[in-house]
Design a protein around this ligand. Structure first.
Ligand code: AHM
Ligand code: MG
Length: 334
C-alpha cells in the first residue's frame, strides 16, 4: 500500500460539505457490504452458490444464486447508518421502500447492481458491485424521486472482486481506489487520484455484435482493426471480459475505451446497460478521472431517466478516443 491510510480514516479526513456525515456513514456501510460480498463470492462453490436459479429478474435475465444473495447482503448491510430512505437494485423491479424506523437520518437514495458481470461467476472471472447515491427530495420517496439525471449523483463507486478486492469511489473530488487487506479486513488507499490516459490503443467491445452495430461504431472499430495500415496509422489491442467493472477498472489503470453501443438486436430495449446503476455511476467516475462518457449522441450524465431500469448505449474511456467516436456519430450516415 502506498500511504497506509485506512478507508475510514480517509473518509474522516477528506469528506467535506453538507453531505459529510451522511457520506461517511453510507460509505462505511457500503464497504462492509462489499467485504461480505467478497466473502460470499470467494466461498461460492464451497457453499453450493454458483448455480442459476429458475427465476428471472425484471430484465428477463436468469438469476444466479449469487445475484440474489448479494442483493440481500447489499440491501440489508447498507441500512445501518440510517441515511438511506430508498433503494433500487438491478434485481428488484420496484423501488425498495425503507422503513421509517431504519432511516432516522433520512435523505438519500442508494441505487445498485449488487453483482455486475454475474455471467462470469461460475467461470471464476472478475465481477463487481456498482452503486450510485442521489439526494432524495422527500423522506418518503416515490419512483419519480429516483428519476434524476446522473449529474445529480453525490457519490458513485464500485467494488471489483478480482485478483484483489478493490473499492473505487468518487464524491466529485477525483477518483480514489482502495485495496482490501484480507487479513486485516480493511481497505487501504492504494490508488489515490486515479486518472484515465487521454490517448489509448486499446478498445473493449463484444465483437460478436459487429453486424448489428450502427455505422459510426463499425467505422471506429474498422479503423482500429486496420491498425498501422489504415487511417489511424497505429495498431490497437482488444480486451473483452464481459464484466463492466473489470473493464472500467482496467481503463482507469491503463487507459482504453469501453463500448456497449446501440445495436439492432437490443434497439427495442434502448441498449444493453442500465442507466441508473451501471452507466451513470461509471460515467461519473470516468469524468472525474478525466475521461469521457457518451451514448454517441449525448453525455450519459445528462440523460433524463424515464424508468428505473432504463437502458442506454454506453461508450466511455480515454478522452481523445471518445471525442473521435462522438465526432463519427455526428458525421457518419447511420
Ligand atoms: P449484468 O448486470 O446482468 O451482469 O449485465 C451487465 C454486463 C456487463 O458487466 C458487461 O459489460 C456486459 O453485461 C456483457 O454483455 P455480453 O455478455 O453481451 O458481452
Ligand atoms: Mg450489471
Amino acid at each position: 500500500m502506498t500511504e497506509n491510510i485506512k478507508f475510514s480514516d480517509y473518509l474522516s479526513a477528506h469528506m467535506h460539505g453538507e453531505h459529510r456525515t451522511a457520506l461517511i456513514g453510507m460509505l462505511n456501510d457500503i464497504t462492509v457490504a462489499c467485504k461480505k460480498i467478497a466473502i460470499a463470492i470467494d466461498s461460492g462453490a464451497l457453499e453450493g452458490n454458483m448455480h442459476s436459479l429458475n427465476t428471472e429478474n425484471v430484465q428477463g435475465e436468469v438469476q444466479k444464486a449469487l445475484d440474489v444473495i448479494t442483493h440481500e447482503i447489499f440491501s440489508e448491510t447498507t441500512l445501518t447508518s440510517g441515511f438511506v430512505v430508498g433503494m433500487a437494485s438491478e434485481e428488484m423491479e420496484n423501488i425498495i421502500e425503507v422503513d421509517e424506523a431504519l432511516a432516522p437520518n433520512g435523505q438519500y437514495l442508494l441505487l445498485f447492481d449488487p453483482l455486475d458481470g454475474s455471467s462470469n461467476v461460475n467461470v471464476n472471472i472478475s465481477v463487481g458491485t456498482i452503486f450510485s447515491i442521489l439526494k432524495s427530495p422527500l423522506a418518503r420517496p416515490t419512483l419519480k424521486d429516483f428519476l434524476q439525471p446522473g449529474t445529480q449523483q453525490i457519490c458513485a463507486g464500485y467494488a471489483l472482486y478480482g485478483t484483489s478486492t478493490m473499492f473505487v469511489f468518487t464524491t466529485g473530488e477525483g477518483v480514489h481506489g482502495f485495496t482490501l487487506d484480507n487479513e486485516l479486513g480493511e481497505f487501504f488507499l492504494t490508488h489515490p487520484h486515479m486518472k484515465v490516459q487521454e490517448d489509448t490503443q486499446e478498445f473493449a467491445i463484444n465483437m460478436s455484435n459487429y453486424r448489428f452495430w450502427q455505422a459510426p461504431v463499425q467505422r471506429y472499430i474498422d479503423e482500429c482493426l486496420q491498425g498501422e495500415e489504415g487511417d489511424r496509422e497505429k495498431d490497437f489491442n482488444m480486451r473483452w471480459v464481459a464484466s463492466m467493472v473489470a473493464e472500467i477498472h482496467r481503463i482507469l489503470v491503463r487507459g482504453g475505451v469501453f463500448m456497449y453501443p446501440m445495436d439492432s438486436k437490443i434497439k427495442k430495449q434502448g441498449g444493453k446497460l442500465r442507466l441508473m446503476y451501471e452507466a451513470n455511476p461509471m460515467s461519473m467516475i470516468m469524468e472525474q478521472a478525466g475521461g469521457l462518457s457518451t451514448t454517441g449522441s449525448m453525455r450519459i450524465l445528462e440523460v433524463v431517466p424515464n424508468a428505473l431500469h432504463q437502458r442506454v448505449p454506453v461508450m466511455m474511456g480515454s478522452k481523445h478516443e471518445i471525442e473521435r467516436i462522438i465526432a463519427y456519430h455526428g458525421k457518419t450516415k447511420r
